[in-house]
Write a new protein. Structure first.
Length: 584
């Protein structure tokens, strides 16, 4: 009897287990929707422009000050009566049995009377991988945010809060497999500082890869980014030295500068004219009292500023460096892996030889999905740092799994592993950053920073809008970071949106729709148009819909500078093609 052959099928549906695995992978890193959603991050031009910072109406700034004043007055009134009628609640602020309180009344006031009101917006516990989506552990408070209890439920949200720039926060793939294998081979920890027996072949390999990737002769790695800066400056400068810092530098730079013992000066953020004025003044006057020449001058800046979304004016700094002969320290915590056509930081972005910069520092927490930091410089400087840096001598050694994650991600970015994957991640991040920034500007929001920055600060100003915006986003299952004083100036509260290569265009459209709704509810659309959000100037490139849109936008305003208040559908329709042009 002739056997009947089984019919051939061209497509076999995935098994439930495979479908679940694919969903898990896509929850960490979304699939690329179109080749049009790619862009190369590179400085195009001759003179680096400063971003224009728009301002809200004056009445809004006045009401912001009044709101803080009301909070402070009510706080002092509550404290006045509370200390007299509910003294037991203030025992920790009073002297007890001759012991002075560790928390003073003055220092504790801001936390008790201002920050506590919005405490539910911060330190939200999470579970799982902080990739494209992040799962929040739901919680509640029965004592006005003094403490929280987990409810036992979770909420999956779109993750716009993690520094996962290149999307390497994954539990599947080359990096996760390599990290798992390293634990089997090396264990969990090296159980020693680097200066003792905590240096393995993994450390040497990672330092070699980092130095090659950045383009410097030598490198040394640390287990924590903050420690990298905090211990580097005392090893580089000391008494009789001048350390000049950008006024918006990270707290780790400020901490390290204070510990170093050097004289510290600050210049206005990214202002080369102010830096040159300060250099001329300090060089001409010399050291305080003695007026002797400075032993050395070190200028410290960041490659990408995490609260402003601004990129350092590296060409301007290099020009001043050649003129005034100072050493330059660039913190690339946020720019390494996130800037430049090859992801190699601001030097790559501007097309500048890394050897023009004396010291390049960075962290592995952001673009590489790991933790720790590094310093790259000449071999002589690195050798000195290794024997004088407290982080190397006393700090714990980076763990095997972390080192393997760093090495594998570096190889992917450089194309040594998984060819084309690293380039796609870089180009997706660059496109997503520009697409979101342009979309928010066109919806009418005030947005800070440069066009190619993956950090997109959306200004809120009013203290009441900080928790309100966070709650509105959480209702729509989007996780964002809201920031206020003292991390920002008093009247410059903001939401900091962190873009990732793991996000898809649909994710960003969902975010734009949520921001559009929240912006209307909370009255956040104050953009005047001077900072961008307009249609391209070339009318010949516009179709009939765009011509009608321009006519609608220009009605009642001056052509060229008018408050951008686009409809969401128009923002999405034009976003892909316009994001690759200069962002008007």
């Amino acid at each position: 009897m002739e056997e009947v052959s089984k019919p051939l099928t061209l497509f076999s549906p995935p098994t439930p287990a495979e479908a679940k695995r694919q969903a898990k992978i896509h929850a960490a890193f979304g699939p690329l929707g179109s080749k049009q959603h790619l862009y190369t991050s590179r400085f195009m031009g001759t003179e680096f422009p400063e971003p224009i910072e728009d301002e809200p109406p004056y009445y809004y700034l006045i009401t912001t000050y009044i709101s803080y004043l009301i909070l402070i007055i009510f706080g002092h009134v509550r404290d006045f009566f509370g200390k007299r009628f509910k003294a037991q609640h203030y025992r920790h602020l009073r002297e007890q049995d001759g012991y002075a309180p560790l928390n003073s009344d003055f220092d504790n006031f801001y936390i008790r009377r201002l920050q506590l009101r919005i405490n539910d917006c911060f330190r939200r516990p999470v579970t799982g991988v902080p990739g494209r989506f992040i799962t929040l552990l739901d919680r509640k408070s029965d004592d006005f945010n003094l403490s929280f209890k987990l409810t036992g439920t979770t909420t999956e949200t779109l993750n716009m809060s993690s520094y996962n720039y290149l999307g390497f926060a994954q539990s599947e793939g080359e990096c996760a497999d390599a990290a798992e294998e390293s634990i089997r081979k090396y264990g969990i920890s090296f159980c020693s500082p680097r200066a003792d027996v905590g240096t393995s072949e993994l450390h040497l390999e990672v330092e070699r890869l980092v130095a090659e990737f950045v383009g410097k002769p030598a490198a040394t790695v640390y287990s924590m980014g903050f420690v990298t800066n905090g211990t580097a400056f005392p090893a580089l400068v000391g008494k009789g030295c001048l350390l000049i810092s950008d006024q918006l530098n990270h707290a780790s730079i400020r901490f390290g500068a204070r510990v170093s013992g050097a004289v510290i000066d600050m210049f206005k953020h990214n202002d080369m004219a102010d830096l040159e004025r300060l250099l001329r003044e300090r060089i001409s006057q010399g050291q305080p009292r003695t007026h002797r020449p400075w032993r050395k001058i070190l200028v410290a800046v960041e490659g990408l500023y995490s609260m402003e979304g601004t990129i350092v004016n590296l060409p301007g700094l290099i020009a001043l460096k050649k003129k005034y002969k100072f050493a330059l320290y660039v913190d690339e915590a946020h720019s390494i892996g996130a800037m430049g056509p090859r992801g190699r930081g601001v030097c790559d972005y501007f097309g500048i030889d890394p050897n023009e910069v004396d010291i390049l520092m960075g962290t592995f927490t952001k673009s590489f999905g790991a933790n720790g930091g590094y310093i790259t410089a000449s071999k002589a400087i690195i050798d000195k740092i290794r024997v004088t840096n407290a982080g190397t001598i006393y700090g714990e050694s980076p763990t095997p799994a972390v080192l393997t994650q760093i090495a594998t991600s570096l190889k992917i970015i450089s194309g040594e592993l998984a060819p084309a994957q690293g380039e796609e991640r870089l180009q997706r991040l660059a496109f997503n950053s520009r697409y979101l920034r342009l979309g928010l500007k066109r919806l009418g929001f005030i947005v800070y920073g440069h066009d190619d920055s993956p950090i997109v600060p959306l200004l809120l100003y009013h203290p009441a809008k900080i928790p309100a915006f966070s709650h509105e986003m959480l209702k729509r299952k989007i996780a964002v970071v809201v920031v206020g004083y003292p991390a920002t100036p008093l009247i410059s509260s903001r939401v900091r949106l962190c873009v990732s290569a793991a996000h898809t265009k649909d994710d960003l459209d969902r975010l734009l729709a949520a921001c559009d709704q929240a912006g209307d509810v909370l009255q956040l659309k104050f953009s005047s148009g001077v900072a961008g959000g307009q249609l391209p100037v070339d009318d010949a490139a516009l179709n009939e819909k765009d011509v009608a849109l321009r006519s609608c936008l220009e009605a009642g305003g001056k052509p060229g500078i008018m408050p951008p208040r686009w409809k969401l559908e128009d923002v999405i329709r034009r976003g892909v093609q316009d994001a690759k042009q200069p962002l008007y």
